[in-house]
Design a protein around this ligand. Structure first.
Ligand code: GTR
Length: 421
């Protein structure tokens, strides 16, 4: 029997997508040649040859490059007036299976913007580790539990009215809450629109509307975009998790899907309180290498979502080789903490191979810091996860998160929390 070979895209799918959108690269043979910036060479040309030099010099340098040229800079850390109000506590939620809490995180002295955080905890003698993820449609859409508050918000998204209605409870079935709880994990979630509505209005709404004035008269070209704002919001949620004694806040596992996968990586890169970071089909501006220009490119994402990144990022439209970073360096910023990158077979828009190659190109940093890195030289076959300190899988199916993904993330968390790998 032959050893299974690594993944490659289904040629019929490649043909079909290429015909549909001839301007998009879906075919590996059309990927331009490129040279990645070396994460272990500093801007002054010196080599990073020790963990200390990584920590003290190169890591801050790379963080600064991502702030300046990609996601932008948040104008403040933790706001002075942040306040947490637990407005719901139920010891017998989900038919007695879980504890439920709902907390309002106020970011200023006034009521808005505020973040509704929904938390479910398994009933365990010890505070459990917890998965934290932002959701797209509202906390009440992730489970039919009638006690989840439907937070009112301006209607700006397609079907916005529907997502404010009782009918939308439990509409998003992608969170296997019972399975998560039965494996001993807590689950915390908030809607990303609470932090910054995903809508381009010239940065007037959400946290931009409140805090951008700290930049002075003019928004600088490296001011935070929406991904930067969502990532900042995740750190504010972490501010709360840290003080909740019912949660093992040393083991907060940050997970994000798609644009929120990009967000999870950026939040995890900046805020080392997150124990583990998981990127699920995050693609361009997330785990995929920009220089490959496979699927969605820098120009396509900046044109479609002009509010996601900072203004400076637009200089790299059709000009990826000039970027001082690429996305492998974002993954490397998470080192030596566990990071998992997951792709999907039919999701060529997200460039699965580019996601794998970015994880692989982060491996030298993980190795320098004394960890196993990513124990794979080639892309693994479909549905065959690889788990070192960097984990990777590509599963069957399309864009989004499935139960298969969730199970692997819990396996990966088990490995790093309980086996001390
Ligand atoms: C797409 C976008 C992707 C991805 C996705 C999502 O339209 O091109 O970068 O972020 O949206 O978040 O669902």
């Amino acid at each position: 029997m032959c050893a299974p070979t690594g993944w490659s895209a289904n040629p019929d799918l490649v043909r079909r997508l290429s015909e549909l959108r001839p301007g998009v690269i879906y075919d590996e043979t059309r990927v331009p040649s490129y040279i990645l910036p070396d994460p272990l060479v500093c801007l002054d040309g010196s080599r990073v040859d020790s963990p200390e030099k990584w920590r003290d010099k190169r890591r801050p340098e790379i963080l600064e490059l991502f702030r300046t040229y990609v996601y932008g800079r948040a104008p403040l850390d933790r706001p002075a007036d942040i306040a947490f109000e637990t407005f719901d506590y139920e010891e017998n939620a989900l038919n007695g299976r879980a504890i439920r809490k709902q907390v309002s995180i106020r970011l200023t002295k006034s009521d808005e913007p505020s973040i509704d955080l929904l938390i479910y905890l398994p009933k365990k003698p010890q505070p459990p580790p917890i998965f934290l993820m932002l959701n797209f449609w509202g906390n009440h859409t992730i489970n039919p539990d009638p006690h989840i508050r439907i937070k009112s918000r301006p209607v700006f998204m397609p079907r916005g009215e529907f997502f404010l209605s009782e009918e939308s409870r439990g509409w998003d079935r992608s969170t296997p809450l019972n399975k998560i709880l039965s494996r001993g994990y807590g689950f915390a979630t908030a809607c990303y629109n609470d932090i910054d509505p995903d809508f381009h209005d010239g940065f007037k709404n959400g946290v931009h509307g409140v805090f951008d004035r700290l930049f002075g008269e003019r928004r600088p070209p490296d001011a935070w975009g929406s991904i930067g704002a969502w990532a900042w919001g995740l750190s504010r949620i972490m501010d709360y998790l840290e003080i909740d004694g019912d949660i093992d806040s040393r083991h907060v596992i940050l997970l994000g899907v798609s644009r929120l996968g990009k967000t999870a990586l950026w939040a995890g890169a900046q805020d080392e309180r997150f124990f583990m970071v998981i990127s699920n089909t995050s693609g361009c501006g997330g785990a995929a290498l920009s220089r490959r220009r496979f699927g969605e490119t820098v120009k396509m994402i900046n044109d479609a979502f002009p509010h996601w990144f900072c203004e400076n990022f637009k200089k790299y439209n059709d000009n990826e080789d000039a970027l001082p970073v690429d996305q492998h360096m974002l993954i490397a910023l998470i080192a030596p903490r566990p990071v998992y990158i997951a792709s999907a077979d039919e999701d060529l828009w997200c460039d699965p191979r580019g996601e794998f190659l970015a994880a692989k190109a982060a491996d030298p940093v993980y190795k320098l810091l004394g960890t196993e890195g990513l124990p794979a030289d080639e892309m693994p076959p479909l549905n065959s996860p690889v788990m070192g300190r960097i984990g990777y899988h590509i599963r069957s199916g399309g864009h989004g998160i499935t139960e298969y993904d969730w199970e692997r993330y819990m396996d990966f968390a088990d490995k790093h929390i309980y086996s001390r790998a």
